[in-house]
Design a protein around this ligand. Structure first.
Ligand code: ZN
Length: 327
């Protein structure tokens, strides 16, 4: 960029010395960003505002000042805010990348500190897309909720927000539940029952569907968008599970295939290990929102590269075919 600016200044001086009029017309509707390779075209709204001062080189203002310029791979800070507070009073933070009308949502840590690697994975995704905003196609917004159950994380490590694997104690099972002792992935209104199952244990699904503030906040957010796709990270059993309440939901099956193609986690059309009630993905299917649960291979590794490949595969698939209709 500095080289181009220098050339522009030299060109301007040369033209001025020759007495030539200086007119630079800027009429493109999108901004060309060339990283190393290849050249990409993204919506101007996805770019950091720091690029706009380049337009001051023009001698004639344009009513729609979009530019054609050499790439400036500047990191783009995400917009971040808090959806609300958990049962234990901890914030449920959310990050947004891009400004497009099609929202894709990634969610870690609904099972809190018990599945802490899914929270670290979400933070790794946040860091990645801050550094590589051009990976999000024009027309899309990417939302990331790193910890849907911050109480469960705080139970294990003593705080919420970012953390390192070195902070983890040996036993993390207690971190699965929120401050009310409820399993938040049994609290949604698909086949809900008060006494739910986790492996061989009977666990609390809350006093009613959406009895917990976390599930109310997240479900309201997802349906108000409405999300075009929702990806939940869990651990540990490698596989991609499509949401569907009683009936299969074709859009969720397609989403599972897309994520599997990139990540190489196998698609598992049914969860047969034990009976699951009140599941988030299953409820989302009733709202017409395709959703999948992605189970990482272990409770420790984030398996970032293969999950990034899964997310990018989903984005590319959305670009390639029409967005599933959402009521
Ligand atoms: Zn889980």
């Amino acid at each position: 960029m500095k080289i181009c600016k220098t050339l522009l200044i030299l060109l301007t001086l040369s033209l001025a010395a020759c007495g030539a009029p200086i007119v630079v017309t800027l009429t493109a509707t999108a901004v060309q960003i060339a990283k190393a390779t290849p050249t990409l075209t993204v919506a101007a709204s996805l770019l950091p505002s720091a690029t706009s001062p380049v337009g001051t080189a023009t001698a004639r203002p344009s009513p729609s000042p979009a530019l054609s310029l050499t790439p400036q791979p500047t990191a783009t800070p995400a917009r971040t805010w808090t959806l609300g507070l958990s049962a234990g009073g901890n914030p449920i933070d959310i990050y947004r990348f891009g400004q497009g009308p099609t929202p894709i949502v990634l969610i870690g840590g609904i099972h809190g500190g018990y599945e802490w690697n899914t929270i670290l994975l979400a933070y790794e995704m946040i860091d990645y897309f801050e550094q590589s905003p051009s990976e999000i196609p024009s027309g899309f917004s990417l939302y990331i909720i790193p910890a849907a159950n911050p109480d469960g994380l705080a139970t294990i490590i003593g705080h919420t927000g970012r953390f390192s694997a070195q902070e983890l104690p040996a036993g993390t099972t207690a971190g699965r539940f929120n401050a009310n002792g409820v399993d938040l992935n049994r609290n949604w209104d698909c086949k809900w029952q008060k006494d739910a199952q986790w492996q061989t244990e009977t666990i609390s699904a809350g006093s009613a569907p959406f009895s917990e503030p976390e599930t109310r906040l997240v479900s309201d957010f997802l349906t108000s968008l409405p999300a075009a796709a929702v990806i939940w990270w869990h651990s540990a059993m490698p596989g991609v599970f499509p949401g569907g309440c009683n009936d299969r939901f074709p859009a969720a099956l397609a989403l599972a295939d897309d994520y599997s193609n990139g990540s190489t986690y196998p698609v598992q059309k049914e969860f047969v290990s034990y009976h699951v009630t009140g599941d988030a993905s299953d409820w989302l299917s009733l709202q017409g929102i395709p959703s999948i649960s992605v189970e990482l291979s272990t409770h420790k590794d984030t398996e970032f590269k293969r999950n990034l490949a899964g997310v990018l595969s989903v984005l590319q698939a959305f670009v390639a075919r029409p967005t599933p209709s959402v009521p």
